[in-house]
Design a protein around this ligand. Structure first.
Ligand code: FDA
Length: 397
């Protein structure tokens, strides 16, 4: 990065996905940019993302894949910087990708290559990056923002806040963006962990723990959202994409409804099994349709005695069981919280931001980008696409 030179035009707080990307774009547009981050390394969440291969975008990106109080807010930025723009940038750096599930794109050269690309772009823009630099205080007077760090005080006409959300505090996540938003007169939509496993207590928790590691396709729903994905039973409760996706919409005390039938084939199949092997036990018959340990659990929890023989079961009883599997309701005790959440739902209210530029409507020159804003994507590359798109919107302001 460039040596200490003349004072910056823009100070970016946070060298994560959004902050680094913004810095490169703004630098290449002629701004002198200084990036401050308290971490020792830049973009640590990019590093660990997508199992080390960074699910950097999703081809199905559109506004209805995001949560937030204003469902239209993200449209403008997402339309002006699309997944194809980021793919084009990667191609210019010789990076390639593979599509996995439902439009999710992963970098073939792994997450480190994406970080290097962001650093190279920042370098091209002459960006100065200062790591291990905590922010003590920010003030604003006469059109200038002054940021105080332990080492020095620095001022600029533009301040871009890109310090992310609260998830994974162990990796350096803080609520600085929300504090600054409030300081400058912005509302903050209450935050909660998103894309996070559910926890269960009591007997159900013990039963889930007993089949930990088992996965099965389900349709999971909570009020306002429904996802067809895999569900994973864990020592603490439920995880896997079905649980993570619904967790972002879940509110404490609400039940999670699980439909474990993939299509309507189970009812006829159980009736056929009754004809073919009437002496077979009910729990055993279920093993043709579910992993054995899950079949055992479902047989125990459903309305039919697991030891019943198929011959003893009426069609009405089998129908009752299949109905139970279509809407099995379980109520989580809670979630694993910010400790393991991939994102933070809520954040800096979009009411106070210009959707085209991400600039504050209250304080000219102040911008909020990335995860700290009340725009939260589904699992699958949407959150990085928001980081790129909101960073780009602010850079073109
Ligand atoms: P980000 O969190 O990336 O960066 C914020 C930066 O600000 C950090 O460098 C931090 O150190 C710094 N900072 C914070 N507080 C500060 C302070 N007080 N002073 C100075 N600096 C401060 N998304 C996706 O689309 N695809 C994926 O594959 C994944 N995978 C994934 C895995 C895991 C385990 C997690 C936790 C998250 C994901 N995500 C994801 C989500 C994605 O990582 C996230 O949405 C983006 O990184 C957000 O980018 P930001 O730049 O807004 O924040």
């Amino acid at each position: 990065m460039s040596e200490r030179g003349p004072p910056p035009d823009t100070i970016v707080l946070g060298a994560g996905a959004a902050g680094l990307f913004h810095a490169g774009l703004a630098g290449q547009r002629g701004q002198r940019v200084l990036v401050l981050d308290h971490a020792r390394r830049p973009a640590d969440k990019v590093r660990i993302s997508g199992g080390g291969r960074c699910n950097f975008t999703n081809l199905e990106t559109r506004a209805d894949r995001f949560l937030g109080e204003n469902p239209h807010f993200a449209k403008s930025a997402l339309a002006r910087y699309t997944p194809w723009d980021f793919i084009g940038l990667m191609a210019a750096h010789g990076l390639t990708y593979s599509e996995k599930h439902k439009g999710q794109l992963f970098c073939d050269q792994k997450s480190g290559a994406i970080i290097q690309m962001l650093l190279d772009e920042a370098d091209k823009g002459g960006v100065e990056l200062r790591l291990s630099t905590g922010v003590d205080q920010v003030s604003h007077a006469d059109g200038m923002f002054t940021v105080e760090t332990a080492a020095r005080r620095v001022s600029a006409a533009r301040l871009v806040v890109a310090t992310g959300g609260m998830s994974i505090p162990k990796m350096g996540a803080t609520g600085l963006a929300y504090e600054l938003a409030r300081q400058f007169g912005h509302d903050v939509v209450p935050t909660r962990p998103g894309l996070v496993p559910f926890t269960f207590s009591g007997e159900l928790g013990e039963r889930f723990a007993a089949i930990s590691g088992v996965a099965t396709p389900v349709t999971a729903s909570v009020p306002g959202a429904r996802f067809e994905e895999d569900l994973l039973f864990t020592h603490r409760g439920l995880s896997g994409p079905a649980a993570l996706q619904t967790s972002s919409y879940w509110r404490e005390g609400a039940p999670l409804t699980l439909c474990l039938q993939t299509g309507d084939a189970l009812g006829p199949a159980l009736r056929a099994a009754k004809q073919a092997s009437p002496r077979q036990g009910f729990a055993k018959a279920l093993e043709a349709h579910f992993p054995a340990r899950l079949a055992g659990l479902l047989a125990e929890l459903g309305p039919i005695a697991p030891e019943a023989r198929l011959a003893d079961l009426s069609h009405a009883a089998l129908d009752e069981f299949t109905a139970f599997l279509k809407s099995w309701q379980v109520t989580p005790m809670g979630t694993e919280g910010y400790r393991t959440a991939e994102v933070t739902v809520g954040g800096v209210s979009t009411d106070g931001l210009d959707q085209k530029t991400m600039e504050s409507r209250h304080v000219p020159g102040l911008f909020f980008i990335g995860e700290c804003v009340d725009v939260t994507g589904w699992l699958g590359g949407y959150n990085f696409q928001w980081a790129w798109a909101s960073a780009h919107a602010a850079a073109t302001a």
